[in-house]
Design a protein around this ligand. Structure first.
Ligand SMILES: Cc1cc2nc3c(=O)[nH]c(=O)nc-3n(C[C@H](O)[C@H](O)[C@H](O)COP(=O)(O)OP(=O)(O)OC[C@H]3O[C@@H](n4cnc5c(N)ncnc54)[C@H](O)[C@@H]3O)c2cc1C
Length: 430
């Protein structure tokens, strides 16, 4: 692993918190001087939704005068795991239309990050990063219809849920079939292109680092290393803090093996295109669709269809064999056909897959796992080790707000800044 041999003295973390969040440190004593002269050094392990959100928030929440070096490590590169292959669908509701735990904060912070990423790319970049066309969820049975109707009453003003009938739905998507003549339309929901989004978010981190370095006294450095990390303790002595954002592969680290309450679940997504000589273009204003299978439209003749759920799989390869893709198509096409029969005109062009890290169910739903993990690892370390994992099937929704929370907790070395609902997994006996 190419970690350069920069040696850090143990950090006085309450001082560090002060320096991190306040920009007006008075540098009078010699000890303050020596601390403030050397940069804090943080490692972010994993460059998916979780890792890049933490990196952005570490930069953004650190004080202007704080010298900060962030090293991001990923064995594949940006978006090398589940984030890069995900469907990119984003809204703050459960399948029953219920607002998720702290759904408003998650939704708002995620939208902010999406806009930050969009603003980072050159103006002549003309491929979409965020597709703002809404998402439609047809009611699939009577019970589902009643529950969705009930929950829709408590939707966010910034992500409305409108109940619409078949005629209204067909104005959005001409070939749509609603088994119960009713669908729940979220006009503000979006889908993103995950790889473009992650590349743009990394660019935003680089831009922010340069901007902050030019406007304050503290230099901010950001480095991306294409390295596989085999052991967390290799970071000890080199870094002030390390955050593990390895998705489903977090428990492959020897220090975390068997200590995280995570289950893994592989999902396959198929890419379909509408041949030039076939059918009608999908309308430009047409929403993506969430049903027993989901359809994330990428344009008038391109869509992603997902997803399968293979529990307990440890296969994190994005590559999908001919057998696996034909199994996925056999499972997904009939489900898509119920609501969008025109799917028969679309041609399969390829498949990709990712491994989800599924957290345990709590009274608040399935929540990601956050917190300082020095106690989980055991031992007395100068470096603080943190975890941001278990983003399950909603990584996009969670990465913004929770990335901000963990970055601020890292800068202050204070786990109590994270809501206990997200750290209580550590009490689970394993
Ligand atoms: C098929 C599918 C569809 C999905 N659709 C959606 C969706 O529509 N909306 C949504 O919100 N969520 C969706 N998800 C869930 C979402 O993808 C995850 O919640 C999210 O990607 C998790 O992000 P992460 O950063 O924690 O992990 P990852 O994206 O997996 O990132 C981990 C990174 O760590 C790197 N890495 C792993 N091991 C090492 C190592 N030893 N050393 C260095 N680097 C390493 C990997 O290369 C990877 O880049 C979907 C997931 C799947 C599988």
């Amino acid at each position: 692993m190419a970690i350069s041999h920069w040696k850090s003295p143990p950090v006085a973390h309450n001082l560090c918190c002060y320096r991190a969040l306040h920009t007006t440190t008075t540098r009078t004593t010699s000890s303050t001087l020596s601390l403030s002269q050397r940069p804090l050094r943080y490692a972010v392990v994993g460059a998916g939704f979780a890792g890049l959100s933490v990196a952005w928030h570490l930069l953004n929440s650190s004080g202007k005068n704080l010298g900060l070096r962030i090293d991001i490590f990923d064995e594949v590169g940006i978006g090398g795991g589940a984030s890069g292959v995900s469907g990119g669908l984003l809204h703050p509701y459960s399948p029953k239309g219920k607002l998720l735990w702290r759904g408003a904060e998650c939704w708002n912070e995620c939208l902010k990050l999406l806009s930050i990423a969009e603003a980072a790319v050159p103006q002549d970049f003309n491929e979409f990063i965020v597709r703002r066309r809404g998402i439609l969820r047809p009611a699939m049975n009577l019970k589902n219809l009643l529950i969705l109707n009930d929950n829709a009453q408590n939707c966010l003003a910034s992500c409305r849920i409108e109940t619409i009938d078949q005629d209204a739905a067909q104005n959005l998507t001409p070939n749509l079939c609603l088994p119960f003549n009713s669908a729940f339309y979220m006009p503000e929901a979006v889908n993103i292109h995950p790889q473009r989004y992650l590349q743009a978010l990394f660019l935003a981190c680089e831009n922010l680092g340069k901007e902050l370095s030019n406007s304050g006294f503290g230099v901010k450095e950001l480095h991306l290393h294409k390295n596989s990390i085999h052991k967390l303790l290799d970071f000890e002595g080199e870094y002030d803090a390390v955050v593990v954002c390895l998705g489903a592969k977090a428990d492959l680290l020897p220090e975390l093996s068997g200590r995280l309450p995570l289950r893994t679940c592989r999902g396959v997504i198929a890419h379909l295109q509408l041949p030039d000589d076939m059918g009608e273009d999908y309308p430009d204003h047409g929403p993506s669709i969430l049903s027993d299978a989901w359809l994330a439209f990428q344009g008038p003749r391109s869509l992603y269809m997902g997803s399968t759920w293979e529990w307990k799989s440890r296969n994190s390869s994005p590559n999908v064999s001919a057998d696996e893709s034909s199994g996925a198509l056999q499972e997904l096409l009939p489900k898509a056909n119920v609501i969008y029969p025109a799917i028969k005109d679309w041609t399969f062009t390829g498949a990709k897959a990712g491994l989800r890290a599924m957290p345990p169910l709590t009274p608040h739903g399935s929540l990601p796992l956050l917190g300082c993990i020095n106690d989980v690892i055991g031992g007395n370390y100068a470096c603080n080790f943190w975890l941001f994992g278990g983003l399950g099937s909603r990584g996009l929704l969670y990465h913004g707000w929770l990335g901000k929370l963990i970055a601020q907790a890292m800068l202050c070395s204070n786990e109590e800044m994270i809501p206990t609902e997200l750290t209580s997994w550590k009490k689970i006996k394993r």
